[in-house]
Design a protein around this ligand. Structure first.
Ligand code: 26V
Length: 819
């Protein structure tokens, strides 16, 4: 048998010819006059040809291996730009760079032409992308299933400090070079209508759904290229179209009045990614998206299973489905429906399959993010699914009754249906009742899932609730985004580390080596310079790379407490202007964050930071000690420049609120020191890097609960801490705001009269204290650099390869593809 090589065979001349062919025939451009954009597109297409061949090849190998696959169901995959990363995975970065130079271009310039596919909001979507990368790197049979949104997460810009949103047409006019349509995989999906009963020839009773509307799912595959192993797995994204002319007659018949009432137009279903992060709104179009995603994906899995010659009864032997949060939960009743109604299995046989296929990941404890859907809405859109949900709930209640006889309180709590004015379906309860594994995303979070969210489920289904700590792919988040540091590491410990991140531990031995420290520090400086150049060019702000670059980059949310960071900045401003004895090392505070368009306070916080930045950056009294930069339109490609440039990583959520965080891992890996609360994965980062190499502050989860139950009063802190008082008062005296926008007073009001729901005031003093330690320790550069080296060296645990191995061993039970 031919053995597959580690890296792709490459012939420079034919690659160059392929690029030129695509430039002319695919993009209709003249070689002499084509723009950088078109050259990038042609290079992308030429590369995609290689990966599509490998994708088909890998599909065959999986079918032949007769082994279990995982299907990662997610409404979001925040993949970021693919070209540069794929070059690294193909092992062709140097060769393509050379070929592109010979064509008269710089590879790095062409890579800058790529728009980020922003098909996700934040952590949950980016995690899905890292997981796909790690599945491919370790050759675990897998398919990612998502939606082919026409518009990704909105583009953000600032107008006089206010966030404004623009549509994100990531595919542009020319289409995205890496995607390929798979027409033979297209699917049809029903909606609305009614359910009827019939008796088959053997006298068996069955139910049948008669949908009133039919949608068509168009399959698009993006290649997930395994790191230097030649395996390629699909990220399959479904686009919704009206099935023309198939159902047009029905459409005109008025056969589906229900559909017109709800104004579903097929073209709208996958038009836009919902921009909410951690907030559920219950919109019918969102439920339609969720069902469309699940119906197409379940149908695709079953087609593949049958095509590979397997019986329907063996489905759970060959397929596992991971639900990325509750967003794809409707896949559970959908698979039941298909097994019961289409394949005519008995309930028990269908349930035996379903309950061995699905596993569910919980990503948040915030009550406003826990999805519920109105029973009436589900009944209208998906009448058969509602029947099935009722039956699952009935059987759950029987189990609860057996365990806690007569205990109606527990029944009410565990029921999938929440009683009340309008009855709601609780998607998380449906998940816990129907899956064989439920996991949180960091050790602390998983404990809180057991202790606070589902304690009775933990008793009812012992062992079902587990932990898998999140991770990040070291290929994108070190090798690709920080090439100089990567080269230094490889020089010291060899080149295997991107696939075995625990090997980084070996650089700890150089943490006190003066020469190594100097080189490490020099690379950080150059990365700071690269970012400073970007800021100078794009934002017209000059930054001093001797300053501490202090970074908070993540979605804007009260629980993440960007306003705590802001208050600290105000305290420094106050002290610099009012306390002649006060001195500090120069600092640049760097923010990047999008606010959900409907989240008013989040938008106020963005505005306030922008206004403070305007003032601070231009105030000569501050002697350049303080700079504030709010980088607009945060996205993966910006993270790739900011993260390598960071000295300090802000991970300052109220304890118990951030499920894990993954930016914390990326920043530590790139040698930033964390200032953070005992929340999410910060707890485990501290365990790995040691107390001396991280700045922990603030209330613990138990302190937060205690304080709240005793009756937290932010005014007490305000009155007793003069620095806090001075900082908060700066919010309300027109110091920063020329226009009379209410943003500043809204923030102040939220903190004082609004009860300060995320305990910003309670944590302020300790936070300031931790920052004072950072200031002092940064001045001792030898010690500081040692700490940053140790951060890089000791966070190997947070490779998403390890997360995936945890899922594989404890939940999915897969074996890697044979070579
Ligand atoms: C909820 C909703 C509600 C409906 C509209 C769209 C939408 C989108 C996202 C969400 C929930 C997002 C939950 C989430 O992103 N959690 C984050 O997951 C990360 C990966 O596990 C984790 O690192 C973060 O701490 C956690 O906040």
């Amino acid at each position: 048998m031919k053995k597959r090589g580690q890296t792709q065979q490459f012939d420079k001349a034919s690659f160059k010819a392929s690029v030129k062919k695509h430039l002319v025939t695919t993009y209709a451009q003249n070689i002499e006059t084509a723009s950088d954009k078109h050259w990038y597109l042609a290079v992308g297409k030429a590369l995609a040809e290689i990966s599509t061949g490998n994708l088909l090849e890998t599909e065959k190998r999986i079918a032949n291996a007769q082994t279990r696959s995982v299907n990662y169901f997610s409404l979001e995959f925040l993949i970021g730009r693919l070209t540069g990363n794929n070059l690294i995975s193909l092992g062709l970065y140097e060769q393509i760079s050379e070929a592109v130079t010979e064509l008269g271009f710089q590879l790095t310039d062409l890579l800058e032409q790529e728009r980020d596919p922003a098909l996700g909001n934040g952590g949950l979507g980016r995690l899905a992308a890292c997981f796909m990368d790690s599945l491919a790197a370790q050759e675990f049979p897998s398919v990612g299933y998502g939606l082919h949104y026409q518009y990704g997460l909105f583009q953000q810009s600032f107008l006089n400090g206010h966030q404004i949103e623009f549509p994100d047409a990531w595919r542009e006019a020319e289409g995205y070079p890496w995607e390929v349509q798979r027409p033979e995989l297209n699917q049809f999906v029903g909606l609305y209508g009614d359910v009827s009963s019939y008796t088959d020839d053997e006298g068996q009773q069955h139910r049948r759904w008669n949908p009133a509307v039919t949608l068509q799912g168009i399959a698009w595959d993006l290649p997930i290229i395994g790191y230097q192993n030649q395996s390629v797995f699909p990220l399959r994204l479904w686009e919704c179209r009206a099935p023309v002319p198939f159902n047009l007659a029905k459409f005109n018949d008025g056969d589906y009045v229900g559909a017109q009432q709800t104004q579903i137009a097929a073209g709208n279903v996958t038009k836009i990614l919902y921009p909410n992060d951690n907030h559920d709104q219950g919109k019918v179009l969102r439920l339609t998206q969720q069902y469309f995603h699940c119906a197409c994906s379940i149908a695709d899995i079953i087609c593949r299973h049958l095509k590979n010659g397997h019986e329907i009864n063996s489905l759970s032997k060959f397929e596992a489905i991971q639900l990325n949060d509750t967003h794809p939960t409707i896949a559970i009743p959908e698979l039941m429906r298909v097994l019961l109604d289409d394949h005519q299995l008995s309930w028990d046989d269908a349930w035996a399959i379903v309950s061995k296929i699905f596993a569910y990941t919980n990503h948040t404890l915030l009550p406003e993010a826990l999805e519920t859907w109105s029973e009436a809405l589900i009944g209208e859109l998906l009448p058969r699914h509602l029947e099935i949900i009722f039956e699952i709930n009935h059987r759950l209640m029987v189990q609860v009754e057996a365990k806690w006889p007569g205990n109606n309180e527990i029944k009410r709590k565990l029921s999938i249906i929440a009683e009340g004015q309008s009855r709601m379906v609780r998607m998380a309860n449906l998940c816990v009742a129907s899956t064989y594994a439920v996991n949180g995303v960091a050790a602390l979070h998983s404990e809180l899932v057991k202790r606070d969210l589902f304690p009775e489920f933990d008793e009812l289904f012992p062992g079902r609730l587990q932990n898998v700590t999140n991770g990040i792919t070291p290929r994108r988040w070190l090798k690709y985004c920080n090439p100089q540091l990567s080269a230094l590491i490889s020089e010291k410990i060899g080149t295997e580390w991107p696939a075995h991140l625990e090997q980084l531990e070996a650089i700890a031995q150089f943490a006190t080596n003066t020469q190594f420290q100097q080189r490490f520090a020099e690379i950080k400086k150059q990365n700071k310079q690269r970012f400073a150049d970007w800021v100078a060019e794009n934002l017209d702000i000059e930054l001093d790379t001797n300053a501490i670059f202090d970074v908070q980059i993540k979605r804007l949310h009260e629980y993440k407490r960007q306003h705590l960071n802001l208050l600290h900045i105000l305290s420094l401003y106050h002290r610099l202007l009012n306390d002649p004895t006060f001195d500090m090392h120069p600092r640049v505070f760097i923010f990047a964050a999008k606010a959900a368009p409907g989240y008013a306070l989040a938008k106020d916080i963005i505005y306030a930071i922008n206004k403070v930045a305007d003032k601070v950056n231009n105030d000569p009294r501050l002697n350049g000690k303080l700079k504030v930069v709010f980088v607009p339109d945060y996205r993966v490609s910006l993270a790739e420049i900011i993260i390598p440039a960071a000295d300090v990583s802000e991970q300052i959520s109220t304890a118990g609120k951030e499920a894990s965080g993954t930016g914390n891992m990326k920043l530590a890996l790139n040698g930033a020191l964390t200032i953070g609360t005992m929340d999410g994965a910060n707890v485990e980062i501290r365990e790995e890097v040691g107390d001396d190499n991280i700045f922990i502050f603030g209330l613990l989860v138990d302190d937060v609960e205690k304080l709240k139950s005793e009756g937290y009063n932010p005014h007490t802190y305000y009155e007793q801490d003069s620095l806090l008082k001075a900082s908060i008062d700066l919010l309300d005296n027109n110091e920063f705001d020329a226009t009379d926008c209410a943003a500043f007073s809204n923030i102040r009001h939220n903190l004082l009269e609004g009860g300060d729901p995320y305990l910003v005031l309670a944590d302020f003093a300790d936070y300031v204290n931790a920052h004072n330690c950072i200031d002092a320790e940064y001045r001792d550069q030898t010690q500081w650099v040692k700490k940053t080296i140790l951060n890089t060296a000791l966070v190997g645990k947070f490779s998403s390869d390890r997360s995936i191995r945890d899922y594989v061993n404890n939940i999915w039970h897969l074996t890697a593809l044979p070579k």
